[in-house]
Design a protein. Sequence first.
Length: 461
Amino acid sequence: MKKMVKITLVSLIIGFIVLNCHDGFGSVGGTITVVHTNNENWIINYNLDKKVVGIMLGPETKTYHESSWNLPENFELVSEKDGYTWLKRKDSKGFRKLSFNIKTYSEMVLYAPQPFTVFDKGVSINTGPLGFSCKVNLFGISEKIYEFLPLFTFKGAKDEKIIIPGESKTENVSIPDLGSFVFFGSKDAVEETENLQLIIDDDFPQSIQKHIAPTVKRVMAYYDKNLRHAIEKKLMIQMTYETDTTVQYLIGGNAQNNQFSGKARGTVAEEDVEELVLMNKAFLAHEMAHIWQVKLGEDNMRWYAEGGADLLSYRAMIDMDIMKEDYLINRINECFTESKTELEKTSLEAPQIQGYPQLNYTAGMLTLIAAEFATAADGTRDDIFKIDRELGKTSIDSLNNFPQEAFNKTLISLGATQESVSAIEYFIHNKHENPHKAYMNLFNKTGVKYEVNEDRLLIRE
Ligand SMILES: [Zn+2]
């Protein structure tokens, strides 16, 4: 049997963060100016319209901040118990203005937004990790989380072209919640069509590079047809490559709003080309699924985001004949064996906070397969595409604030029984003393057709 490249490897290093954490009290505006002075150097200027006591920069990325951020003496970065890093004054007082230097960081950042992407013909800076939300001190009594919505102004080094997804101006630009990768560099780095901006590094291995644009276009058409239409602006894709002769080709990255960034490294041996091309296509389809799929809940629903992006992308690739069905069958078995020891230690509710982020992909995907089977109680089994489309009819308020209820209602409306929905919810909310038994219980209650031989799980589609 031909060896299979583990697609697992890819999905594990793809981060998608959901940061909707504001209390709805108010927002902070003003401006952030991002200046690319030269080569690796940037100056960031905050000029906010209200005093803040902290700016939330996303999940902890110590190595990046320690090596690249040069803050004034009276400022510091604090990791709080919410798992996020906050930019604060050392004396805890409020501030409106702050100016400091950052150096370009070229390493891959796992499970947090990628701060930079470096190309041969330019560099992209991610505005997200400059502030996702902030804290304001109200009347010296209590601290409240506010939305962080300053406008951005970008200034490039000499002769640099600046490309902001979905925008033509470079001053006072409003950037969506999660931030954007803004490209500074040569204009010939960009391939542009009516609905796509594509930046691919010059030295990207040809054998893989030539499949990127055609795959993106096919997957785009497929998701447009089978999921809700989520892309109002152009889709922007940035793919960078670093030579590294010590490892086999691998890729990771993250999606936000209507764009994603991929970072690849490693060598492509002749005999592995076919598998690595497939792995790369799977990466593209996974990241694109994040852009089209419904945004459900916050960090506690990452199992839906990641398990869903995997299942959507596998099903799409099988349907388009890019991937054989055996891949999914094999992957299901891997998810089963890989997730069992971890389910003893943590539930599927925010396992990344307990240090088991892979569970979002593995147990997340199996939960969604059980959900697909559960909808068959009325005689028709609906797939993840139908589930996601149906979920998309729910109000934004319910999706954000009552995500589990919204998910449950969706399954019921597609024909699932209350008993099967409760079984799914039970599986998600608990860690399991005997995960094997917990899976069997989940499958039995949701009507999954499966066989278990020793420890191997077989689910026939
Ligand atoms: Zn993902």
